[in-house]
Design a protein around this ligand. Sequence first.
Ligand SMILES: C[S@@+](CC[C@H](N)C(=O)[O-])C[C@H]1O[C@@H](n2cnc3c(N)ncnc32)[C@H](O)[C@@H]1O
Length: 112
Amino acid sequence: MAKQKKILRSFESNDPLDHYITEISFRMTPAQKKLYEVTLMHPKSIMMGAPEVLQLLQNLIRAIKAKNVIDVGVFTGCSTLAQALALPEDGKVVACDIQEETIKLGKPFWEE
Ligand SMILES: C[S@@+](CC[C@H](N)C(=O)[O-])C[C@H]1O[C@@H](n2cnc3c(N)ncnc32)[C@H](O)[C@@H]1O
């Protein structure tokens, strides 16, 4: 029986094909890209929402025309920013976390 490849999130993969596919299919704003790069340097970067998951989440938010989002578990806020960008001008994200430290890393990119 063939050994199954362990499924990794894009940013955990060393496979150049995974990198190529994700590079050409992500639609991140400059602020998202910067936050993604900063978060990758964090010792707990494994907690970051994978870009492919966040892009799917954005598509779902747009599909149901959501106006309000509650983001429980912010970390540096990659999910918070992705969701905010998918909402209409009058949309609102309520972002909750039990710690402040990593949120501070993300806030400048939310503002940008
Ligand atoms: C996997 S990370 C979230 C990743 C983030 N959504 C992203 O896309 O990068 C989990 C976060 O949940 C937070 N957390 C843990 N327990 C929590 C709780 N009871 N209420 C709110 N946040 C919590 C942690 O502090 C951590 O920042």
